[in-house]
Write a protein that binds this ligand. Structure first.
Ligand code: 5GP
Ligand code: ZN
Length: 114
């Protein structure tokens, strides 16, 4: 996806503050953090949204969540707690159409979110 912002970040064409990477995903700091920690965990494989995810992407989706949990433990905020979010389509507040997991921490979060 040559015109996709997150594909360009994954390819290193747009700079980002890398937090973690492996064969399946890349994690980097959000440019507009909504909490003291705000990391985006993005699959290397482009798919637009959770709405567009298919059965063969089951392992990738699980990997993103387990990566969020690993980062939370590595950064020592797992016990205090954190919020994992996948905004999906217009009403879900999605703005970048390359699926990504938000990992937010460092303050309490209310529920339901606004
Ligand atoms: P969404 O609204 O699609 O759930 O999340 C997209 C996120 O990408 C937003 O939180 C936004 O701040 C972040 N973002 C947008 N452009 C950039 C960028 O160029 N670099 C980084 N690191 N994050 C970005
Ligand atoms: Zn992409």
């Amino acid at each position: 996806m040559s015109d996709c912002l997150f594909c360009k970040i994954i390819a290193g064409e747009i700079p980002s503050k890398l937090v973690y990477q492996d064969d399946v995903c890349v994690a980097f700091n959000d440019i507009s953090p909504q909490a003291p920690t705000h990391v985006l965990i993005v699959p290397r494989e482009h798919f637009d949204s959770l709405d567009k995810a298919e059965k063969h992407q089951k392992e990738t989706l699980g990997h993103l969540l387990l990566t969020a949990a690993d980062i939370a433990r590595d950064k020592n905020f797992a016990a205090d707690g954190y919020r994992v979010v996948i905004n999906t389509n217009r009403d879900g507040g999605q703005t970048v159409y390359h699926l990504h997991v938000h990992l937010l921490a460092g303050r309490p979060f209310i529920f339901p979110p606004g």
